[in-house]
Ligand binder design. Structure first.
Ligand code: ASP
Length: 327
């Protein structure tokens, strides 16, 4: 582990007794507004460091296990890049079929194995609650990188960081946020809707009838007195929207492929439709997109989805540094 004198340029100290040291990140429900300010402050510092020096030695000597039981491009690669930019290294298992999982090994046993070799575990798994099971089995911190249709807390953090950076940190209160697409199976919107209840926002949900926001998420939102309304067309809410959060229809979660065919392509955001939206607003998407946002909208200044993935790097750097006691 580097000492401060070996790393004189780092704006971070050794905080191994700090609040986040050794913590799991399983659900957005664990965060307060003060936590968000802290995380985004660190993420902001990380951005500055990446821009100035690229890679630095904050987590030198530390190893991340990146364990992915479901496909991923951005989450897996941004966690790997985050660890490497902090001077640490990565054991990546993203083809579990080549690991002992294919021999029938249980999740707790796989987790116990990986924590013998590494300092922090990032897990994506198809079952709701899997990250909590992993955290129960592990002494080391576990970060939930998506548990089935449950939650995707690090995505919600980077989504909110994007809103802070693009629309102004002080401006989240008062925003109208419209979530569009597959609200039933989309874990990113489940986490983001819950996280936004820390602010004084208005939520609109636009989806086909069979892909409505789940009742448990809506109940949690209304328990926090956040206004939320469901719609089946975008046109009626687009003009008042400050953040349009578009999602993909999650084909892999459908039991009946015929149901997918009925709703695939229900909504397409394109320059023509966006004429009805404000000039000062942003369009977000966790990606991958499969036709919900037409590529000819990408050059519009309101398109924030590529920035969003960049901000994910800084947020994940912040989280790794925090749970490893270095921020
Ligand atoms: N990449 C996001 C997720 O893992 C969104 C998606 O797959 O549609 O949930």
């Amino acid at each position: 582990m580097p000492t401060e004198s070996q790393s004189p340029h780092l704006p971070f100290g050794d905080n191994t007794h700090a609040e986040w040291y050794g913590k799991d990140i399983l659900s957005v429900k664990q965060f307060s507004r003060a936590d968000l300010e802290y995380i985004f402050g660190v993420a902001h510092e990380m951005r500055g460091m990446v821009e100035r020096v690229g890679t630095f030695d904050l987590l030198k000597g530390k190893i991340l296990a990146n364990l992915f039981y479901e496909p991923s491009t951005r989450t897996a690669s941004s966690f790997m890049a985050a660890m490497q930019r902090l001077g640490g290294s990565v054991v990546a298992i993203n083809e579990v079929k080549y690991s002992s999982v294919s021999k029938g090994e249980s999740l707790p046993d796989t987790i116990r194995t990986l924590e013998c070799y590494t300092d922090v575990i990032v897990l994506r798994h198809p079952e709701v609650g899997s990250a909590a099971i992993a955290a129960e089995a592990a002494e080391k911190p576990v970060l939930n990188a998506g548990d089935g249709v449950g939650e995707h807390p690090t995505q919600a953090l980077l989504d909110l960081f994007t809103i802070f950076e693009e629309l102004g940190a002080g401006k989240v209160d008062g925003l109208t946020i419209t979530m569009l697409g597959d609200l039933k199976y989309g874990r990113t919107v489940h986490s983001l809707a819950r996280l936004l209840t820390l602010f004084d926002v208005k939520l609109n949900y636009v989806s086909p009838e069979i892909l409505r926001m789940p009742k448990d998420v809506m109940d949690e939102v209304s328990a926090k007195n956040i206004p939320q309304t469901e719609y089946t067309t975008l046109e009626e809410v687009l003009p008042e929207t400050d953040v349009l959060y578009v999602t993909r229809v999650q084909k892999e979660r459908f039991e009946n492929p015929a149901d997918y065919e009925k709703v695939a392509g229900s909504f397409v955001v394109n320059p023509e439709i966006m004429k009805a939206a404000k000039q000062e607003m942003i369009v977000m998407h966790p990606l991958p997109r499969v036709g919900e946002i037409s590529p000819d909208f990408d050059t519009d200044p309101r398109a924030a989805y590529f920035l969003q993935m960049e901000y994910g790097l800084y947020v994940r750097m912040a989280l790794l540094a925090m749970v490893l006691g270095k921020a």
